[in-house]
Design a protein around this ligand. Structure first.
Ligand code: NDP
Length: 337
């Protein structure tokens, strides 16, 4: 049984030395327990937060303990009546080949799910985040303009496509011309701005002549600075993530923008709301899965995975995700189907 543990807490960007691969015996399930073989591991930006012991909404991973993470796994041994061998489940087994479970917190995916890994992305936590953040907090109305950054990623791709389905204009922001082309040509956004282009703020202003009614915040930093003056009165800003700062070790350079932010919120009567998806919306996960399954089946939502091969490559996969090296939802193939 291989597992990747947190070897040390990073300062700034995580490095190889912050992770350690350990090998041990495969655990044995006791009475009422089952043994899970990880097939896919999800890599997500929040994992950077768990490597730090700064106060947060969730407990940090302890040094020496396996990294946490959502997984899609198969039951390979069972002493639990509800989980026969061969069953697929969505679990939280973390960065390891095998894990013992008592069944709590598992979601059954059946014995032959069509695309099991989708439960880590478009049909799982990130898809749910885009769905609830946009529809419940963003409240998009037909004809409005919705802007989302990290637009080609797991959450952003869902946000922009749902915005289109709800009759809005969708403008993405993404890193580089390839991602922008994908966002417009494959995902069907109306426009996409490259945030690495020095003219980003001007290009964004030109792309939203009617202003911005919903800004779905995934990144913060320079992108938010460009968005703020373009927000319309009564704009809604679901605050989902601030990935541009996850590796930061100090405040950004430049003047203090807090007074400008507060004045804009006041005079334009803007609604900003942060949310942590399962803390806020857990009871609505079933409703989301049913709706998203139908949209996927009808081809109205497109989805792309970026698969890293091998558990041993998970650390590099996470480091790359934080730098935008992923093309779509990043997952690790850990074991055989
Ligand atoms: P993605 O698949 O979008 O991957 C992360 C992307 O972030 C990168 O590909 C990169 O895209 C972008 N990025 C990284 N650094 C910067 C930067 N400095 N400026 C602009 N963009 C940057 O990840 P997810 O879809 O899983 O997550 C998106 C956001 O949603 C994250 O902030 C995450 O923390 C948050 N989130 C929040 C949840 C909640 O409950 N609140 C739940 C799930 C996710 P590019 O190359 O286009 O710049």
């Amino acid at each position: 049984n291989r597992r990747i543990v947190l070897a040390s807490r990073p300062s700034g960007e995580p490095a190889d030395s912050d992770f350690r691969l350990e090998t041990g015996a495969v655990p044995e399930p006791g009475p009422g327990q089952l043994l899970l073989r990880t097939v896919y591991l999800s890599l997500d930006p929040y994992m950077r937060g768990r490597m730090s012991d700064a106060p947060s909404y969730a407990e940090p991973v302890q040094v020496g303990q396996p990294m946490v993470g959502g997984t899609v796994a198969r039951v390979v041994a069972s002493r639990h009546a509800d989980y026969p061998v061969g069953e697929w489940v969505l679990s939280q087994s973390g960065w390891q080949d095998y894990a013992v479970s008592d069944g709590s917190g598992l979601l059954k995916l059946g014995s032959a799910p069509e695309r099991p890994s989708y439960s880590l992305g478009v049909l799982g936590m990130p898809g749910f985040t885009g769905y609830m953040g946009l529809l419940d907090i963003g409240q998009p109305k037909a004809g409005e303009t919705v802007v989302v950054a990290a637009a080609s990623g797991a959450v952003g791709a869902v946000v922009g496509q749902l915005a289109k389905i709800h009759g809005c204009k969708a403008v993405g922001i993404a890193g580089g011309p390839d991602k922008c082309r994908y966002v417009v040509e494959e995902l069907g956004f109306d426009a996409c701005i490259d945030h690495r282009d020095p003219a980003m703020a001007n290009l964004l202003a030109k792309a939203v002549p009617q202003g911005i009614d919903v800004y779905f915040e995934n990144v913060g930093g320079a992108v938010f600075d460009a968005v703020l003056p373009l927000l319309n009165p009564r704009a809604r800003v679901p605050v989902c993530g601030l990935i541009s700062a996850y590796n930061a070790t100090s405040l950004p350079d430049g003047p203090d923008r807090l007074p400008l932010l507060m004045r804009t919120i006041l005079t334009k009567r803007i609604k900003m709301q942060g949310f942590i998806i399962f803390n806020e919306y857990a009871p609505r996960f079933g409703e989301f899965r049913a709706a998203m399954q139908e949209l996927l089946r009808d081809g109205r939502i497109k989805y792309r995975e970026d698969v890293v091969d091998g558990l041993e490559n998970a650390p590099r996969g996470l480091m790359g995700l934080l730098k935008g090296e992923n093309a779509g939802k990043r997952i690790v193939r850990v074991g055989p189907d």
